[in-house]
Design a binder for this molecule. Structure first.
Ligand SMILES: [Fe+2]
Length: 228
């Protein structure tokens, strides 16, 4: 059954790929887009672990930073939504990561652009994931694991923050394969290659994005925790 489902989804992506690519290229700020409140509610419905909520909020902010930095400022809400929802299926269906996501995203009427972007971040590691095509998808693919590595590195610092973390310190953690071993160096390097950036550039930019993400993420986590 699982093989059939994956094959069906591969076919689904192949059939839509050309159309989706055009939609991605032509994405505009005023395109019909799901509401962030709905997206956050969906995230909380399928993610209960604080670590996963924090990761989703962090990647949301990092994606917003990259949208501004890469000249897609008008689309930063969309880039952020993709970041917020990219791991929607991982906590409850780790064996179906990126395969279960389309079904969950359909609950809030997510469009093909969002579904494609979410599923593309598992490219090369999940048989149903399409290749990232839009710069936004390439950034997500490249930065996702790296945000995990940077967060793990912040926990080792007296400040528990990325604000005073330097690139050379991050590079040392990257090279130490035993540190945060779950953060795939292979995927990070593959992501930099996909973007056509030197690895140092990807690390430097993502570190900057993580510094900016810290405050809004902490504020939102405090708000969510305070909710009855
Ligand atoms: Fe992730």
């Amino acid at each position: 059954m699982r093989v059939q489902r994956i094959q069906a989804q591969c076919w689904w992506f192949a059939r839509r790929r050309a159309g989706v690519y055009n939609a991605l290229i032509n994405a505009k700020e005023d395109d019909a887009m799901i509401d962030r409140t709905q997206a956050l509610a969906l995230l909380q419905k399928y993610n209960k672990e604080p670590f996963h909520i924090r990761h989703a909020l962090t990647v949301e902010q990092v994606m917003r930073w990259y949208a501004r930095e890469q000249g897609y400022e008008a689309e930063q809400d969309f880039w952020g939504l993709v970041g917020l929802l990219h791991d929607i299926d991982f906590e409850m269906w780790p064996d179906q990561h990126c395969a279960k996501a389309p079904e969950l995203l359909a609950e809030i009427g997510a469009d093909e652009r969002l579904v494609h972007a979410v599923c593309a971040h598992g490219w090369g590691h999940n048989p149903n994931s399409p290749e990232p095509v839009h710069p936004m998808e390439k950034v997500l693919f490249a930065a996702d694991e790296l945000t995990g590595l940077i967060f793990a590195a912040t926990l080792m610092r007296p400040s528990k923050s990325a604000q005073d973390m330097e690139l050379k310190s991050l590079k040392k953690k990257y090279k130490d394969k035993a540190f945060a071993a779950g953060c795939s160096r292979e995927v990070i390097a593959q992501g930099a290659e996909l973007l056509g950036w030197p690895l140092d550039e990807l690390m430097d930019k993502t570190l900057q994005a993580m510094r900016e993400a810290e405050q809004p993420v902490e504020q939102e986590l405090a708000r969510l925790t305070a909710q009855p």
